[in-house]
Design a protein around this ligand. Structure first.
Ligand code: ADP
Length: 460
């Protein structure tokens, strides 16, 4: 419906009344003024025209201001919070304009606050590990976070209904919760590319006028990380127990042999005692490595980071292995000039380097072990290269796993625990670095780690 101008109507009515008055005055004049009546009528007509002309100006201005007010109120009603009416007078219209401007600013402010709140909630929802979807009674998905869409393998369709996800178990659970009016939880398997286990909960939320829920929250939680962690823990405990049990059994066996006549066996008793000592030393090494690993894996493991000359650090550590290498007929070479500095936890870098040097000497029969430090484009790389037996490529991907050994017997015979490389990996990843190895069977291996020079970044 078109808008009719209020001031226009007022003005035309005024002119109408004035015209009517003039007509009446004209009739009275003709009646009583006789011959001078035409002159008086002309004067009255001129007067009327003048009044109309003069009156039109303020009326037009008022008309414009009314217009502005009306257009702005209309824009505000449509949601345009930026709208403002010019306030250039001190009358009632200006008062109305000011009030309208106030409403618009408050509206704008509230809108900003709400938007900030909504953005924050969306950010929280978007980063939750669970998939969440808000459902209506007819299973329309009113809102869902990106994790939910990826869990059910859908491309965020607008106004989708739960059946679009083609996961009947989810529909079943939602219908169950809607029917019973309470929360439902179950461990279920969903199939999107592959089968995965989830814990799904449907909870009624937001009671309506009659106390009936208006929406249902569907939450889908991936059970894999927890299950995988539990499996890892079980495996670790089993491995560690096995490793501890072997020397303990051996110690007990030899001790019993000594007690049941072995002490009198002059020829062998020293060998029995030596075996007990060697097994006890193995136990000690194992417990030490386990403690070191536990220390590195502590979630609150704090790094004591300082600026160190890593070239110097490599020299010093390699120096401590010269004697051991010499005894095994090996040479230790250095390609480590001082002056390459980085912010590191020295004890942990020492630990990593010590394990690599120890392995290189342990698994090399002839030749040299070279400790090297170099700067790459983005990191500092420390490597230990040997001329040992090398490692078959099939073992490489698992070398840094706890208790993984290529040759169990040889590792044990050399006092290995199977934990050295996982200690290296942990110590390096605490610095935000990475580890690696290149090896050729019969030629030797080169184990290396890289760390960022400007201190540990958050490790993933
Ligand atoms: P271990 O205590 O048995 O040495 P590590 O975790 O240090 O345990 O190493 C795991 C396995 O990797 C070793 O058992 C060995 O088979 C292999 N390995 C490590 N370093 C070398 C190397 N320099 N040359 C050949 N094999 C190596």
């Amino acid at each position: 419906m078109g808008v009719r101008s209020l001031t226009g109507r007022l003005f035309s009515r005024l002119i109408l009344y004035l015209g009517a008055g003039l007509l009446l005055a004209g009739i009275l004049l003709v009646r009583f003024a006789g011959a001078r009546a035409p002159i008086a009528i002309v004067i009255l007509a001129v007067l009327l025209a003048a009044v109309a002309l003069l009156g039109a100006v303020p009326f037009r201005r008022m008309n414009r201001r009314f217009d502005e007010l009306a257009t702005s109120a209309d824009a505000l009603a449509r949601g345009d919070q930026g709208v403002r009416v010019p306030v250039d007078a001190h009358d009632e219209l200006a008062l109305m304009a000011r009030a309208l401007n106030d409403v618009a600013s408050r509206y704008e402010e509230k809108f900003r606050e709400l938007k900030a709140e909504r953005d924050a909630s969306e950010a929280v929802l978007a980063n939750l590990p669970q998939g969440l979807a808000l459902l209506t009674r007819d299973l329309t998905i009113k809102h869902a976070n990106p994790r939910f869409w990826s869990m059910v393998g859908l491309e965020r369709p607008r106004g989708a209904r739960l059946p679009a996800a083609r996961q009947p178990v989810l529909e079943e659970m939602a219908e169950d919760s809607i029917r019973r009016g309470r929360s439902v939880t179950r461990d279920v398997a969903l199939y999107v590319e592959e089968k995965r286990e989830y814990e799904v909960t449907v909870t009624p939320i937001g009671a309506g006028a009659e106390g009936t829920p208006e929406a249902w929250l569907l939450s889908v939680e991936d059970l894999r990380p927890e299950k995988a962690m539990a499996a890892l823990r079980r495996e670790f405990v089993a491995n560690a127990s096995h490793e501890l049990k072997t020397p303990l059994t051996s110690i007990r066996g030899y001790a019993e042999t000594l007690l049941t006549g072995g002490l009198e066996d002059e020829e062998n008793r020293a060998r029995f005692v030596e075996t007990i000592r060697a097994q006890a030393a193995r136990l000690e090494a194992l417990v030490e490595d386990l403690l070191e690993l536990a220390d590195l894996e502590r979630p609150d493991a704090a790094l004591d980071v300082k600026d160190w000359d890593l070239g110097q650090l490599v020299r010093e550590m390699a120096g401590t292995f010269e004697e051991l290498a010499g005894r095994r007929g090996l040479r230790v070479e250095l390609d480590a000039r001082p002056g390459i500095r980085a912010r590191v936890d020295r004890a942990k870098i020492d630990l990593a380097l010590r394990n690599l040097l120890d392995n290189a000497i342990k698994y090399t029969d002839v030749g040299t072990v070279t400790a090297r430090i170099e700067r790459t484009a983005s990191a500092i790389r420390i490597s230990v290269t040997d001329t040992g037996r090398g490692i078959d490529p099939e073992h490489i991907p698992r070398l840094f796993e706890r208790f993984y050994r290529v040759d169990r017997g040889r590792s044990r015979a050399l006092g290995g625990t199977g934990l050295g490389l996982s200690i290296v990996k942990h110590a390096v990843s605490l610095h935000g670095g990475r580890v690696g190895v290149e090896s050729r069977v019969g030629e030797g291996s080169s184990f290396w780690f890289e760390i960022p020079p400007d201190g540990p970044h958050l490790h993933s």
